[in-house]
Structure formats: C-alpha cells, structure tokens
Design a protein around this ligand. Structure first.
Ligand code: SF4
Length: 478
C-alpha cells in the first residue's frame, strides 16, 4: 500500500523549516480562534453532545465489526438504483479504475469535490499524466491546486496561506481577470466563482469523496460549505465517488446521528451549509443528476487494520478537530507530516496504512498530552495508539540509538525500585542545588533540545515515590 507524495521520513527537516516560517506561524494562529473556540461554543450549546458521541462510537464500532456485510448491502443498494460499485485493493487499482471510467466517457476535464482518498492515491497527478485535467472545486483545494501543493489540513486545506498569498496566486493564474488586493475578499471569491463556474459546465465527470456511504439506501453523502459538492455531482454526465471502505454506515438515521457531531467538532457549525445525498442515476422526471453513477471503494490497507491495535482509527470521520487541538500541529502545520493525513490522526493513520519504515517519526511527533483524544468526537484513543506504534518502532530496532539506550538505562533502574528511589532523590538534590535560587536552567547538558528555546525548571521538594511512601496522596497536594 502506498500513500501518494509521502515525505514523512523528512519530518524533522520539514518541521524545522515550518518553525522558521514566520508567515506560516502567523497563519496557524487561525486554528485556535476559527475552529477551537467555535467548537467549544457548539459543544456548550448542545447538552447531549457527549451522548451523541457515545451513539456515534457505537454505530461505527458495530459497523466495523460487520464491515463485510454492510459493504455488500451498500453495493446491492447502489446497483439497485442504477449505479455501479468497483472495488480497489490498493492505490494503483483505484487510480486505474477511475481512469478507465473517465476514458470510457471520453472525459477531458473532471471537476472534483474534496476527496482525501483522492489525495491519498495521487489521483490528480495520475489523471493529468493520462491527458485528463482535474479541477478542484473546493475553494481551499482550488487555491492549493494553483500553488501546486498538497492540502495541509483535513477540512481547511489552504489554512497555511493568508489573503496576501491567495491574492498573488489568483493574480498570477487569472490573467484575464482584474488584479486583486488581499483585502478585496469579495472580489477574490467572485473570481474563483467565475473561473470555476466555467469548469463545472465543461466537466464530463464529477469526482467527489464521501463523508458517509449508507448501506440501507446506497446513498453517498458529502458535506461542504460551498455547494461545490452539489455542482460536482449534479452537472457532469457522470458522477464518480471515491471513498475508503470505512465510510459505510448501516442506515440513514446512523449517518444523520453522526452528522450532528461532525460539523460541530470540525468548524463549530451546527450543520455544514450543504449536505448532499446522492442516490444512483437520474430518474425519469428528475430535472438534473448524472446519467451514470460509479463508486470506487478503496481498501489500500484499511481491512488489514481490522482486529489490530490501530483498528479504532477507522472510526475517524475526518472532522479535523484533533489537528486544531494539537500543540504540535499548531506549530509545524500539516505539510511537515509529509502525508495526506496530518496531525494526530495522521500520526496514527499514516504509519498504520503505509508501515513504519518511512513514517516512524510521526508517532514520536506528539507530547502525548491527550488533547486529541479529549476533543475527538469519535473518542478515538490516539495517544494509546501512538504508544503502540512507538513500541512497534522500538521492537523493530528503528528507534534512534539515543532513545533506545536512554530507555534501556531507565529500564535498568525502574526494575530495581530501591535503586530507582535512591537515584531519583540524588538527581533531584543535585539538580536543585545546581539550579540555585533561580530554580531553573538556561542550559543543561543532555537537555539542549529543550533549553535551546526555553528554561528547564529544576525539581522542587521531594520525589513522587518519597511522598507516596509518606502517605501523601494527590488530593492533598497543592
Ligand atoms: S481522529 Fe477524531 S478528531 Fe481527529 S479527524 Fe478523526 S474524528 Fe476528527
């Protein structure tokens, strides 16, 4: 299984570059104001939010336990409504299936509503190499397509760009339209609308992803805020959905239950502006809709996760909330992860799908603070899975020598409680003494990576074990 444009093996260099990029640092501030605060407000205003999370977890867990049955039911329902389902074991099969459908329709241009799986399998580059022009229609995706970049966020692919950068891109790529300044937001939007409208009308095939596949009805569901999903699936002769197999849910009611927490978690909206349900081909009397409807179901490593320690990541509904909450993502942005899937979800999903050989930095790109799990609407235990992947890395001998040696040393002490207590007490005394009245270190041998950017606090008081032995318990600690 491969994920397209995987550069996760260069995470450290990419992260260092991101930290030095002042514009990126400014742009990432939007995450907290735009998304996290709105999510908190949305959660606050819905008392049953946590109950809905439990219901959503139950639905997805049940579906994953019976995935084969629900996928077959979905296939049958799609065929009954005049559509076709195609199965792709890996990225190459998925690309070839899409290309074959486009070729059979003699397609020259395809419009695309956002599909992360399309990114995962490298669909745009493949279609272009085979003479078909893909046009992204989600505004953020359109911006990064002009920039020749991959998305940097699951739901806000161009979050790393500011208005100045967008205006420059539009002025360069829209030579027939007026030059726009960065504050002319309405003008920039009007330009994108004018250009994309022509592309919608020219497209032979519309490709979308799917937030849900409904087994009961054979419908595919896509949520957007711009209506581009509707136009992509309604205007061209052919609608083609590319989706991961884990997107299936049993019923319409299940999909709508999960939807109640999707937008609230991602953008803080009660619902996204558009929710489009597609079911098969145009029927007699329909005023619009495609003449042909295809769904390409992509495995690409997903079925191998069933029953594994990372199975629960298949519950992910791609709301992007864990990215917004993650302090690491908030500093390095999405491109540093070098994968379609970035942030905490990507740090699990990318190694789970692509293996640890090229991705072993990602599970380590976390402080394990737990904020991702706390905000995840699907209650996915991301820190637990990151720890599992770190264990795998250590077992495979891929962990850096310094980490391996450090852990072996720590283990040697930890297995001998008396020695451990003596050593920690001694280390605390020495460090407290060396730090003096200031109580912190501006530099400390062995902790250079920490003290390069901030002071390190010296230990205070006595060790945890000493206090525990004295009968002190957390409730009595200041
Ligand atoms: S892991 Fe959870 S928070 Fe992150 S994108 Fe998936 S559902 Fe959203």
């Amino acid at each position: 299984m491969t994920l397209h444009q995987l550069t996760s093996s260069r995470f450290k260099q990419q992260a260092a570059k991101a930290l030095e990029d002042e514009v990126l640092q400014d742009n990432l501030v939007k995450l907290k104001g735009n998304f996290l605060q709105r999510r908190a407000n949305a959660r606050e205003s819905l008392p049953e939010f946590d109950d809905l999370r439990d219901i959503a977890v139950g639905i997805k867990t049940h579906t994953l336990e019976h995935l084969d049955l629900y996928l077959e039911a979905f296939e049958n329902a799609v065929e009954a409504s005049g559509g076709h389902v195609h199965w792709a074991r890996d990225d190459a099969e998925a690309r070839n299936l899409v290309l074959a459908i486009c070729r059979a329709e003699n397609a020259k241009t395809v419009t695309k509503g956002k599909t992360m799986v399309g990114e995962e399998i490298g669909l745009n580059a493949y279609l272009e190499a085979n003479g078909i022009t893909p046009v992204e229609t989600d505004l953020g995706e359109y911006i990064i397509q002009l920039a020749g970049e991959p998305p940097s966020h699951i739901i806000a692919p161009a979050i790393h760009k500011n208005r100045q950068q967008v205006a420059e891109l539009f002025n360069d790529h829209h030579p027939d339209l007026a030059d726009r300044g960065p504050d002319d937001v309405d003008g920039l939007l009007a330009d994108a609308r004018a250009v994309l409208r022509q592309r919608f009308l020219k497209a032979d095939v519309g490709i979308t992803g799917a937030n849900f596949l409904i087994a009961e009805t054979g419908q595919t569901v896509i949520v957007t805020n711009e209506g581009n999903g509707d136009l992509t699936q309604l205007l061209p002769r052919v609608h083609l959905v590319v989706a991961g197999i884990e997107k299936v849910v049993p019923s319409l009611e299940d999909a709508t239950s999960i939807m109640r927490i999707l937008a609230r978690s991602g953008t803080g909206q009660e619902m996204s502006s558009y929710t489009s349900f597609s079911a098969g081909t145009r029927r007699p009397g329909d005023i619009d809709g495609p003449e042909a409807f295809h769904v390409v179901l992509v495995d690409n490593g997903r079925s191998a996760l069933l029953g594994s320690p990372t199975e629960e990541i298949l519950r992910c509904i791609r709301c992007g909330c864990c990215l917004n909450a993650c302090p690491v993502y908030g500093k390095v942005g999405g491109h540093a992860y070098g994968s379609t899937y970035s942030g905490p979800v990507g740090a699990v999903l990318t190694p789970a799908l692509a293996g640890l050989a090229e991705t072993n930095h990602l599970p380590n790109a976390s402080s394990l603070c737990g904020r991702c799990e706390a905000v995840c609407p699907m209650r996915i235990p991301i820190p637990k899975m990151l720890r599992h992947l770190r264990e795998e890395e250590a077992r495979s001998g891929r962990a850096p020598a310094a980490a391996r040696n450090g852990l072996s040393l720590w283990a040697a002490f930890a297995k001998r409680p008396g020695l451990y207590r003596w050593a920690t007490n001694l280390a605390m005394c020495v460090l407290a003494g060396r730090a003096g009245k200031r109580g912190r270190f501006a530099s400390l041998p062995g902790a250079g990576a920490w003290t390069r950017d901030r002071d390190l606090a010296a230990p205070q008081g006595t060790s945890f074990q000493t206090r525990w032995k004295k009968g002190e318990r957390p409730g009595t600690w200041a």
